[in-house]
Unconditional design. Sequence first.
Length: 467
Amino acid sequence: MKEWLRSIPAVHELQNHEQFLTLLEKSQLDVIQLTKQLKEVISQVRTLLVKEQWHGAMPGTNQFITEMFQLLNSQIHKQFSFTIEKVINATGTILHTNLGRARLSDNAINHVIETARNYSNLEYKLIEGERGSRHSHVETLIKEITGAEAAMVVNNNAAAVYLVLRALAENKEVIVSRGQLVEIGGSFRISSIMEESGATLIEVGTTNKTHLYDYEKAIQSETAIVMKVHTSNFKVVGFTKSIETEELVQLSKEKNVIFYEDLGSGALYDFRKHGIGEEPVVKEVIAMGADVVSFSGDKLLGGPQAGIIAGKKEIIDKLKKHQLARVLRVDKMTLAALEGTLLDYARGEKGIQNIPTLRDLLVNLDVLDDRAKGFVTNLLQATDKYLTEVFEDMSQVGGGTMPDVQLPTRVVAVKHNKLSAEQLGKKLRTECKPAIVARIQKDALIIDLRTVSSEEEPFILQALINI
C-alpha cells in the first residue's frame, strides 16, 4: 500500500504532463484553478487506495496517469457545468412549476438577449436626456391591454399582494372571505402575507358561503380594503355562495374603501370563448371598477416571473413611491421579457399565437392526433424494441391555474421490450441531453406532444431509438 501511495506522481510532475496542458486549454481554467482540481482528484484517489476501493490501474503505470486525468476531466465538467439546464417537457402539463412554468416567445427571448448584451435606456429618457423610470417601459402596454389608468411590476404576485397591503392597509383592516384564504405554492398563505404586511385580516362568511351582508357588517372606520382573492388553484363545488366583483365594487364605493382583487393567474386572453375554464380576463375586472388588481406574469399570461399591479393612477402612484417598491422591483431582463410578451398581445390574435403557453393551450386536437400518429410511425420504422399505442387522454394547465380544467389530448404510450416504464423514464431524464421528462401511467411511458415543440420532437424520437 505504501509503495502504491509513493508511486502517485507529484503535483508538479502532473502539471508538466501533456494531458494537463491539453485540459488547461480545453477547460479555459487558469493554472491555479486546474491545479486545485488536480489536488482534489489526487486526494480522492489516495483515499480510495487506502480503503482498498480503487478499481483502476495501479500507480506507477501510464494507464494510472491516464485514468487520473480522466477523473480530472470528469470533475471539471461536473464543477463548471450549469446546474440549470434545458429540459424537454413531454408531460402535457403546460405551466409545469417544477420545469419553470411558461416558456417565453421568440420575441421576448430576443429582447432579453439584446437588453442583456448591451447598455439600455432602463432608467433614462433619450429625448429629454434625463433620468427616467423603469416602470415606464411596460406601463403603457399594460394600460392598453387591460384598460387600467396606471401599472407597475414587482418580482412576483406574492410580492404584489404584500406591497398593496403594506402600502394601502398597514395598521388597518382588510376584509376577505374565508373561502378565499388560499395557500399558494411553497406553503405561502394569503393570511400569512397579510400578517407580514401589517394589515389586520378580517375574515367574513364561511368556507363555502359568503354573502354581501357579511362584507357590509364587517366594514368599519378602520377598514382600508375589501379584497377578493381569485381561487385559481382550487375550486369549491356544491353548496356554495360567493359575491361577484361588480357587487363588491359597488359596496366599496358606497363605503369609501378600496376594492382590490388578486387575480392570481393573470389571464389577458379570454380562454372561455374556446370553452377552456372560467378565468376572468383582467380587462373585464378593471372595467367593472376595481381600484387595483394584481396577477402573475409566468402563468396564463405566458411571460416571465413577475407580479403585475394595475388600477387607478392615484393608487399606483402611491405604490410606486413606497420604499418597498425598490426592494421588490424587477431587473432589466425581466422587464425586457415582459415587454416582448406584452407586445405579442398588443398585436392581436396573430401575435398571441407567438406565445408558447397560449399556443399549447389552444392547439387543435386534430393536430395533436396527427403528430402522435406520425411519431409512432417514425419510431416503429426505426426500431422494433417498442410496443406503442396512441390514445385519448387529458393534459393539464398546471401552475396552480384552472384546477378543474382538463384539456383533451392524444398521447403516445411507449413500452420497451426489456426495460420497465420507470427504467425507461429514468434513462430519458438522466442519460439524454437535453433531459426528457415524461409521465408514467399503467406500466407505460406516456408522451404528450402538446408541450413538446416541433423542434424538440426529433430529440425524443432519437433518444428512444438510441436506448
